[in-house]
Structure formats: structure tokens, C-alpha cells
Design a protein around this ligand. Structure first.
Ligand code: 13P
Length: 247
């Protein structure tokens, strides 16, 4: 059985007052909860790891270099030093707003591993790609370009987030989700072999809500979710976690 993971990406939301949501989420975790990860903004990482209890904490990005003249950036070692155990790399908002290439994302994943972090590596097609029927080509290209060779069953989680579904309330059909997740699984097995390829958790992200989570989790190769807006409030995220636990 693959690990199931419910990950929340708070994006640029939340000051220290938001840590009460983390405490509230702890109290709402079902007894059979899958792995839960919260990725708060970087300034909250230290305090989040202190209050998280069984919830794992992750950063939303890291630099690919160990140290140096990179004003405003944070290294993977700095993330690990906060007690965090995950880092998101290659989120579409970073790929577009910060012009991160597949090669950058690959280097960031390797930096994350070197610091002992698990990389949550994001891929996903734009609306034009979907409409032009290019989704699988784009996903295949992102996988080969941004996944380093050293992938293991524990150092990487892949999140498929169609860009057009992020923050829009639009969700692909279950068949579309199944098609992409099955494709990713097949590609991983071809490249890394059956054992590793089959063990890497695949998360779906993009407008996951308490109302649609159970349906999305029906897909065999969906092992969890990367949730934005609905992870900000414990009362919204907890039912998604419960739906995953039941799936
Ligand atoms: P929403 O759940 O707000 O659509 O965001 C998804 C996302 O980008 C998570 O990384």
C-alpha cells in the first residue's frame, strides 16, 4: 500500500495568528489520519514545527544552491533547520511568476534531498495545453525534465496540478484525473522500475474541497491531495483528510 498524504499549501497567506489553525487541525485529525503536511509561509516555519505535533511541516520553495549571495532566498538546509521535513518545488506559481524552468526544479529537488527533505514536485498543464490535447505531452516533458535520476520511494512526492484548476473552482473530471495519474505512474515505473515507480505517492491538486475530495480519491493512482485555499481553515481541511483516510 502506498503512503497517503494530505498536503496543504498556504501560499502567501497567514501570519502568526494562523498558527491557531494548525492547533485546531491537530484536534480534528481522525484517529486513522494519513500523513498530513502543512506548508506555511517561510516566516512561520520554525513556530509551525513547534506546534504541529503529528502534522509534518514543509516549505513552499527552496533555492538550489547551498548558500551565497541570493537575497531573499532560503536554502534547503535552512528549511530543514526549522524542523520541516518537506518542501514544494516547481509549483506552477513559481514556474510562471519566477520563471523557474524544469532544470531549476530538478536542481531544487536535488538540493532538497541533500538536506534530508522530501520534495513535493509539482507538474501540470495550462488551459491552452489541455484544449490543444497536449496534456500528456506536457506532463511527460515536465516529468523527464524536472525529476532527477536519484528519485527514491521516500524522497519524492509528485503533485499533478492542472494550472487551470488552481484557485478557479474548476476541477477535471474523474476520468481526466485518472488518465493523467495513470500516465504519471506508468512513466515512473518505466524510468525508475516497478518498486520505486509504484511507491511514489501521487497527489492531485487544484480546487480540492470537502465536497469533491471523496470523488477525486476514488482514482487508484491518486494517493492524496495538495490543497491550497481549503487548507487554510482547519474546518475545511479536516474533512478532506477524513475523506482520504476513508478512501
Ligand atoms: P487551490 O486548492 O486553492 O486550487 O490551490 C491548489 C494549489 O495550487 C496547491 O498547491
Amino acid at each position: 500500500m502506498r503512503r497517503k498524504i494530505a498536503a496543504g499549501n498556504w501560499k502567501m497567506n497567514g501570519t502568526s495568528a494562523a498558527l491557531t489553525e494548525l492547533e485546531a487541525l491537530r484536534a480534528l485529525l481522525p484517529p486513522d489520519a494519513p500523513e498530513v503536511v502543512i506548508c506555511p509561509p517561510a516566516p512561520l516555519l520554525f513556530r509551525a514545527t513547534e506546534t504541529a505535533g503529528p502534522i509534518a511541516i514543509g516549505a513552499q520553495d527552496c533555492h538550489m544552491q547551498d548558500a551565497g549571495a541570493f537575497t531573499g532566498d532560503i536554502s534547503a538546509a535552512m528549511v530543514a533547520d526549522t524542523g520541516a521535513s518537506y518542501v514544494i518545488v516547481g509549483h506552477s506559481e513559481r514556474r510562471s511568476a519566477h520563471e523557474e524552468s524544469n532544470a531549476n526544479v530538478r536542481d531544487k529537488a536535488e538540493a532538497a534531498w541533500a538536506a534530508g527533505l522530501t520534495a513535493i514536485l509539482c507538474i501540470g498543464e495550462a488551459l491552452e495545453d489541455r484544449e490543444a490535447d497536449n496534456t500528456l505531452d506536457i506532463i511527460g516533458g515536465q516529468l523527464s525534465g524536472s525529476l532527477p535520476d536519484g528519485v527514491s520511494a521516500t524522497n519524492t512526492v509528485i503533485a499533478y496540478e492542472p494550472i487551470w484548476a488552481i484557485g478557479t473552482g474548476k476541477v477535471p473530471t474523474l476520468d481526466q484525473i485518472i488518465e493523467v495519474h495513470d500516465f504519471i505512474r506508468a512513466r515512473l515505473i518505466t524510468r525508475f522500475g516497478q518498486d520505486i515507480g509504484d511507491a511514489i505517492p501521487l497527489l492531485y491538486g487544484g480546487s480540492v474541497k470537502p465536497e469533491n475530495a471523496a470523488t477525486i480519491f476514488r482514482a487508484d493512482n491518486v494517493d492524496g491531495a495538495l490543497v491550497g485555499g481549503a487548507s487554510l481553515k482547519a474546518a475545511d481541511f479536516a474533512p478532506i483528510i477524513t475523506a482520504l483516510a476513508k478512501s
